[in-house]
Design a binder for this molecule. Structure first.
Ligand SMILES: [Zn+2]
Length: 457
């Protein structure tokens, strides 16, 4: 049968994509033990279907070399340097991290490839780069070599690529090291599976060479989690949403539910750039309105804090006040084009969270379930597969369970099973694997839900 040329071309493209994807061997890891309470099992380094790409005006970044599904691992990498004091003040963590990186760069035990890769990262002080390192093509070739090394079982050999002579002083000055650290450091994060809150007590500042290439977007498509090693921290990046071939891999550097102005101010003060991502483009023209509505909502939230532990009637009043502040936000939302509404609305997710908590405390379960559902749907849109999605999907399931357990006559909630399944899927995408892994990590959180499910049978 004759085939058109374009059909053949399409087939070639399909086979190319399959070939690229087949080359990957994703390591098999016991994720329950990897995310263990203390020092977890280690994981081999790995780079998924990604390539280094130069973006005009933004420098180097990473793109997908084939379609990537949510939950798929795109990077596993050990830290290059770590701060030493858990949960220290930001300035102290930075000083310690700069010290750790200087030591690593000055050590004869550190492979030249690692040192060369460090100097290929974005720097606040581009002028002090060595001559060769000023060329993007050279930096790209070093980074390629480092990526290949991450996927090979062998340790890095002594070479780093290209240049005849290595620069004489790899450690350079503390100031130059600090210029790289400043733009590329991250904080390790651990989410307490019981409280579903960020546990800052063990957080450290760290630098991961390959992960430093993920650029920022307020609508990121990758999520990052950490496993604790003995003297390092292992970063695991997974796809948060479907990523098309050629699409850039983007990570959200700041809290995704701050208002447009709050996000911009944090990005400018910490990373020194103004965000032009698709979400910011949508939200920028309505920034004043959003800030005013956020201030009104904040006032209602303060009333919630004051009413906690007091009379139930007082809490019912609080729920009414929050409900009307959120109604004003929804009214403003109606004036926006339909396709922008939900993204814009996600700036106020913390208000729905407050309403859900207040309604739950007042025993107003239908209102609480509705508000948690709003949180879960907004988070799935603005920060898919994140810790926040897991948190709100678990809170929704738990609220449904409490509603069931608090009603003397069983009120059938068939949607509880569905909510639990959604929470497990969110866990699966973020922490690799549901099933036993989910049950082990969520232990206590599941007790009420299981009790409610038994009552439904
Ligand atoms: Zn943005």
């Amino acid at each position: 049968m004759a085939r058109s040329a374009s059909h053949d071309k399409r087939l070639v493209a399909v086979f190319d994509a399959i070939r690229v994807c087949e080359q990957r061997t994703v390591p098999v890891i016991d994720w329950t033990r990897f995310y263990g309470e203390e020092v977890g099992v280690s994981a081999p380094s790995y780079v998924g279907p990604v390539a280094i790409h130069e973006f005009e005006g933004r420098g180097l970044g990473l793109i997908a070399t084939c379609k990537i599904s949510p939950g798929e691992v795109v990077l596993i990498e050990d830290s290059f340097g770590l701060s030493s004091t858990p949960n220290g003040p930001i300035q102290k963590a930075k000083t310690e991290l700069v010290e750790a990186c200087c030591n690593k760069l000055g050590s004869v035990d550190t492979p030249l490839l690692y040192k060369a890769t460090f100097w290929c990262l974005h720097s606040e002080d581009e002028e002090t780069r060595w001559e060769g390192w000023k060329q993007t093509s050279f930096r790209k070739s070093v980074l390629h070599k480092y990526f290949d090394h991450l996927n090979s079982a062998e340790s890095a050999n002594g070479t780093y690529n290209g240049l005849e002579q290595p620069p004489p002083d790899w450690g350079k000055s503390k100031k130059s090291v600090a210029s790289v650290v400043s733009l590329n450091s991250r904080k390790t994060e651990r989410w307490n599976p019981w409280t579903l809150l960020l546990d800052e007590s063990k957080s450290l500042g760290g630098l991961w060479l390959a992960a430093s290439l993920f650029n920022h977007s307020c609508l990121g498509n990758i999520v990052v989690s950490y496993g604790a090693g003995k003297d390092h921290s292992t970063l695991v990046a997974r796809a948060a949403a479907p990523i098309e071939k050629g699409e850039e891999l983007l990570h959200t550097y700041v809290y995704p539910f701050d208002t447009f102005r709050e996000r911009q101010s944090k990005l400018q003060s910490i990373y020194g750039f103004y965000c032009h991502c698709c979400r910011c483009t949508i939200e920028a023209p309505h920034a004043s309105l959003a800030s005013r509505l956020a201030d009104d909502l904040e006032l209602e939230l303060q009333k919630f804090s004051a009413a906690r532990g007091g009379a139930k009637s007082k809490m019912v009043e609080v729920v009414k006040g929050m409900g009307s502040a959120l109604a004003s936000i929804e009214k403003a939302e109606e004036s926006l084009p339909a396709d922008l509404r939900k993204v814009w609305r996600s700036q106020f997710l913390w208000g729905d969270h407050g309403l859900a908590m207040a309604a739950q405390e007042a025993g107003l379960f239908p209102e609480a379930v509705h508000a948690f559902r709003t949180c879960a749907s907004l988070v799935a849109l603005a920060a898919p597969s994140s810790e926040y999605e897991l948190k709100y999907s678990m809170m929704l399931a738990q609220c449904m369970a409490r509603w069931t357990l608090s009603t003397p006559q069983v009120s059938p909630r068939p949607d509880l099973k569905e909510a639990l399944r959604e929470a497990e899927e969110a866990h699966n995408r973020l922490y690799g694997g549901g099933g036993r892994h989910f049950v082990v990590r969520m232990k206590k959180r599941l007790e009420e839900i299981y009790a409610a499910l038994r009552r439904l049978q």
